[in-house]
Ligand binder design. Sequence first.
Ligand code: ADP
Length: 498
Amino acid sequence: SLSNGHASPPNPPAIHVKFTQLFINGHFLHSLSGKTFETIDPRTGDIIATVAEATKEDVDAAVHAARHAFDSGPWPRMSGSERGRILMKWADLIDQNAEEVAALDAMDAGKLFQWCKMEVPSVANMLRYYAGAGDKIHGEVLKMSREFHAYTLLEPIGVVGHIIPWNFPSTMFFSKVSPSLAAGCTMVIKPAEQTPLSALFYAYLAKLAGIPDGVLNVVPGFGPTAGAAITSHMDIDKVSFTGSTQVGREVMQAAAKSNLKQVSLELGGKSPLIIFDDADVDKAVELALIGILFNKGEICAASSRVFVQEGIYDEFEKKLVEKAKAWVVGDPFDPNAQQGPQVDKKQFEKILRYIEHGKREGATLLTGGKTVGNRGYYIEPTVFINVKEDMLIAQDEIFGPVMALMKFKTMEDAIKSANNTKYGLAAGIVTKNIDIANTVSRSIRAGMIWINCYFAFGHDVPFGGYKMSGFGKDCGLEALHKYLQVKSVVTPIYNSPW
Ligand code: ADP
């Protein structure tokens, strides 16, 4: 039994991994070096599949294909609605294969299968959103002066390099490729080395849907090799990165040192959830737990700092412990499990190091803190109290099921503490008082504010950070514009002296 007296894990559906090669110019290929790497099942540490490993020369080939597809292929020259029809077809194919690809994500990333089965259809809808937006891209007519007429054209930015993390392999893939494809760009995408499988499956479906060869290339591989080859490539026009703040810095440096390609970064967070005295305590406890335990805390917007007002603090703490202890950590294919294993050994060990560090720096472990089971990368829901704002566990992104719980007196104190971070990705506010909700949402320096909810994402709602959480939004029409550039065209109205 893994935890909390729950029965032994069920067998997952039989998973046959079909696609393990690089996808370049419309073909599945071995890497030029012949290198491969293993992708690991975090439930056990066993190998799921051996995958072709892209290195610089493979990235070169992929960029070459994307460049050719952009400079002389049909994709950027099609009308937005023609591209949209193909993307809609791709979305239908994703729906038809949802269960199979969901199982790949669940196994590759240790994500709840139940959740993945909802996530995959939702990425198909995200794709449809952008498929329908591609024929609504237009510039403006500008008056300039009497003699001139000016207008702007929005043109696709060119060849895009996407680098994505492992925590939401499907959502990350589509939050990058959907708007950039709709914009008419061509691209090379590197999935994370921990989770390459669904991306390759999606590439196969893209081909079936009729996306022309070279438009979408998928190059599994590692950050310092394949990733760095993308960020420093002279023929990539933009890099869109989601991952750690540390690597985000390297991405920007590489872009600056090579061809000054445009950069957008969606980076780490240490998001606050602020719960006021008037909150329904049971609901607030639910939100706080979801905020840190959803996807085992492996989510950039996790509410890893929870601030509770003093009037309800004791009741909140008591209820939180009860619920955290009852939380079911278990096999992600078990429909009763609420939390699967961390993605890999490296993350698992990193989180455990932070827990040890929290104890050493003087915080008190209220609940959790230990591993679960004797194999795989499971960690208990963990809550620290007596946390000081300058402690590492209150400042660093841990990316695991570890909450720092803190008490506050006044709204002003809460705002000050919530903003005491280098990050600015998201924040949650729990209150029935509209004045508090309005004041706090305007005072927090973060790109996403959830009032009386948490993790309420929508493919039409721009998502992205303030401060060191990055810049350039994913989702919404904002993301479409990230892959477009503005050209101004000016012409005289009559024979002007100019
Ligand atoms: P994590 O530490 O959580 O794995 P990373 O930011 O390291 O997050 O990884 C996010 C993505 O960035 C992955 O696809 C990874 O391979 C890639 N990556 C890591 N290092 C680099 C690098 N130096 N240059 C480009 N991409 C990188």
